[in-house]
Design a protein around this ligand. Structure first.
Ligand code: PMP
Length: 377
């Protein structure tokens, strides 16, 4: 069978990793500032993570969700503590798309409505409802649910108010990333988030905060846009939750208890995935990783703003977009090939940094020196 490649492949075979360092099969070391797309939250092969998963694997890896699985409760408890949302309920699944799929389905069940408001350049995943709420023509198939999705310009308060005035009582949900990731690291404004909250309350619609990329402590607060003080009804999560082990989930406000019956999955919340997620939260707490993300992130953002050739630095904490003039679109590739630093991109001229939350100031400085070198070359 030929392997289907989702992305154009970088011809580097990464065989080993530790912290923010990864090695190829020839033993060359690279600095990983992309974390496999915001997935590596506590660094690669963290000893506590390896030990917790290994211990679990030696006991039991999987059993049906129809029996009591104490580690799921432990995870829910720890998530409640770290996020401050201990009155929310946790539903566990396997990916970001599945989390958003269930969030949208739950909103539709709960409100008995069909319409969804999403925003330009959004990315919510590749499954049926999630892709329908995604504004990315490359991944939307002709068969989809987009008839029920209204895309509004991001951060446009007038457009949002007008949409609710026109058909607010048909709107099941508003789904938004606190900071758009694939869309280019664009932050929702706080007044815009407040307006979403206000209109959802007024019209009985569900506010879904897609925290898959921008959540899980990456911005220095736990869920998407927590720093705004605005609460969402449902938070979807995945990526950093398992530090590489597939796991996703939604945190659901107590308002929706009655609609829970429709949620379900075979693998979601399996013992091994929960062990991975528990280990991540242990390390986040023990090593104050949210605080570190805020501190090192602010430092990086401030330093990056000092470069003349940088058009704009966007983001918060360790979710950073660096916009360069198009003629410098080669910088990302050069950072990898010459300086051995993995970064990501949003558009060819926007470099995305999504490092592990425990990167140090020294690592940030290593990047800044290499970046300076590349801009001068
Ligand atoms: N939401 C956001 C904001 C994302 O960035 C992504 C993945 N890029 C997803 C959802 C989908 O997650 P997954 O790939 O785990 O299905």
């Amino acid at each position: 069978m030929e392997l289907f490649n989702v992305y154009p492949l970088t011809p580097i075979n990464i065989v080993r990793a530790k912290g923010s360092a990864v090695w190829d099969e020839q033993g060359n070391e690279y600095l990983d500032l992309y974390g496999g797309h915001a997935v590596i939250s506590i660094g690669h092969t963290h000893p506590h993570y390896v030990e917790t998963i290994s211990n679990q694997l030696n006991k039991i890896a999987f059993y049906s969700n129809s029996v009591l699985i104490p580690i799921q409760r432990q995870l829910a408890g720890q998530l409640g503590d770290v996020s401050g949302k201990s009155d929310y309920s946790l539903f566990l699944c396997n990916s970001g798309a599945e989390a958003n799929e269930n969030a949208l389905k739950l909103a539709s069940f709960h409100t008995n409505r069909k319409k969804v408001i999403a925003f330009s350049k959004s990315f919510h995943g590749r499954t049926s409802l999630a892709v329908a709420a995604t504004d990315n023509s490359a991944i939307v198939a002709p068969i989809n649910q987009t008839d029920n999705v209204v895309f509004l310009p991001f951060n446009d308060e007038d457009a949002l108010t007008q949409a609710f005035a026109a058909y607010g009582d048909e709107i099941a949900a508003v789904i938004i990333e606190g900071i758009q990731g694939v869309g280019g690291i664009r932050e929702a404004s706080i007044p815009f988030l407040k307006l979403i909250r206000q209109l959802c309350d007024q019209y009985g619609s569900v506010f879904i905060a897609d925290s898959v990329q921008c959540g899980y402590g990456r911005t220095g607060t736990f869920f998407s846009h927590d720093y705004s003080g605005v609460n969402a009804d449902i938070y979807s999560m995945a990526k950093g939750m398992g530090n590489g082990f597939p796991i996703g989930g939604i945190a659901i406000s107590p308002k929706f208890q009655a609609s829970f019956g429709m949620l379900g999955t075979t693998f979601g919340g399996n013992h091994l995935a929960c062990a991975a997620a528990v280990a991540v939260l242990d390390v986040m707490k023990q090593d104050n990783l949210m605080e570190n993300a805020a501190q090192v992130g602010s430092y990086l953002i401030e330093e990056l703003k000092k470069f003349d050739k940088v058009l704009e630095v966007r983001g918060r904490g360790l979710m950073i977009g660096i916009e360069l003039p198009t003629e410098l679109s080669h910088v990302k590739k050069d950072l990898l090939m010459i300086n051995k630093i993995f970064t990501g991109e949003a558009k060819p001229n926007v470099i995305r940094l999504l490092p592990a939350l425990n990167i140090t100031k020294e690592i940030a400085d290593r990047f800044l020196t290499a970046f300076n070198e590349r801009l001068k070359a």
